[in-house]
Ligand binder design. Structure first.
Ligand SMILES: [Zn+2]
Length: 359
């Protein structure tokens, strides 16, 4: 039973254990057991990753008949030792929290590896959170495969195709997406949901997931098409040249205005430039470095950020106050008026609080 590409080691070992009809902890103990000693840390609770030291990895390769390098290529968590795991003659395994986002793989795409009893869990990495073939946004459910049906959301599928192209063509695509997400987040917290054009994805996602709009407000999918639009624009070298020229000739605010107008044109929100200007005049909400994420980017692009950097240096860094919160609960508390606890619990029950993020 070979691992699926990008699978969690814990997911693969659970599937192996299921095949032998035994608890996964017993399988791990049986596989790595050796005369020099064996040590397993932590309980095999669902949602955890299985980390192995050198002797334990070698034991898994012997047991499965799959060479070490092949396992390391397929299992991202298998490729290295966890720094908390001692490297000695004792075979050691530990169940700890995964260090990256994971999702349940698309069942038809994981073929024979998929079973109703044990979903295949994978790391989506830069852009593996959507199955284009089956129109699904994959969710982090470790009990069964679950996903958001994207057929009613063609703009999300289109955004994902463009995002995947950006990942293929731009070496720093992840950082670009993170910066774009910070910019879109700053608009979200400044009240974009009050603008009519941004109601529909929220209400659509609410109806698709059976959740209240307040529970889905913080989900990444809602801001995803805008995030990809901004990311592609920022990564576009001809646009970078144009903005640099404008900043040199007329200053950073003028270049930022040109950029915002283009974002507004591409997102069919022609009021965006004026709205943003009004927001920054009114001052941003406390606690959020909103409004000026793109202005700071334009300043770095043109070498006018006052930090003594050369033009373009540290271009994709996101200033700490402007970062989009990774935690779902924290985002919800910014976005909804009422108490966020209930909304977060509801989102958690629908498996919306984990999974892929633009980080
Ligand atoms: Zn699929």
């Amino acid at each position: 039973m070979p691992p699926v590409a990008g699978e969690l080691t814990s997911s693969w070992s659970r599937r192996l254990a299921l095949g032998y009809g035994m608890p996964v902890q017993d399988l791990v103990r049986g596989v790595i057991s050796r005369p020099e000693g064996t040590r397993i840390t932590g309980a095999a609770r669902s949602g955890r990753e299985l980390y192995l030291n050198g002797p334990a990895r070698a034991a898994f390769a012997r047991f499965s008949g799959i060479p070490l390098n092949e396992l390391a290529a397929r299992l991202p968590g298998f490729a290295f030792s966890h720094e908390r795991l001692e490297e000695d003659a004792v075979a050691r395994a530990a169940w700890w929290a995964p260090r990256k986002a994971w999702v349940a793989a698309c069942p038809p795409c994981s073929g024979r590896s998929w079973s109703r009893h044990q979903p295949v869990l994978v790391y989506p990495e830069a852009a593996g959170h959507v199955c284009q073939r089956h129109h699904r946004w994959l969710l982090a459910n470790c009990q069964q495969a679950s996903a958001i049906d994207l057929r009613p959301l063609p703009e999300v599928l289109l955004a994902h195709r463009r995002h995947a192209a950006l990942v293929r063509s731009h070496p720093e695509a992840r950082a670009v997406m993170k910066l774009a997400a910070a910019a879109v987040w700053s608009w979200q917290v400044q009240g974009w949901q009050q603008k009519a054009g941004w109601h529909s994805p929220t209400s659509l996602l609410a109806s698709l997931t059976g959740c209240a709009p307040s529970a889905v407000a913080a989900h990444t999918l809602i801001a995803y098409p805008d995030t990809v639009t901004v990311a592609r624009l920022l990564a576009d070298q001809s646009w970078q040249a144009r903005l640099r020229e404008t900043a040199t000739a007329s200053g950073t605010p003028a270049a930022t205005q040109v950029l915002l107008e283009e974002v507004g044109r591409r997102t069919r929100r022609l009021w965006l430039g004026d709205w943003m200007a009004a927001c920054s005049r009114a001052g941003s909400r406390p606690g959020v470095g909103a409004g000026n994420v793109l202005e700071q980017w334009v300043a770095r692009l043109s070498g006018a950020d006052g930090a003594g950097h050369r033009a373009g240096e540290g271009l994709w860094a996101v200033p700490r106050p402007a970062r989009r919160p990774v935690g779902y609960g924290e985002r919800t508390s910014y976005l909804i008026e009422s108490s966020s606890r209930e909304a977060n619990e509801e989102a958690g029950r629908a498996f919306l609080t984990g999974g892929w993020e633009p980080t």
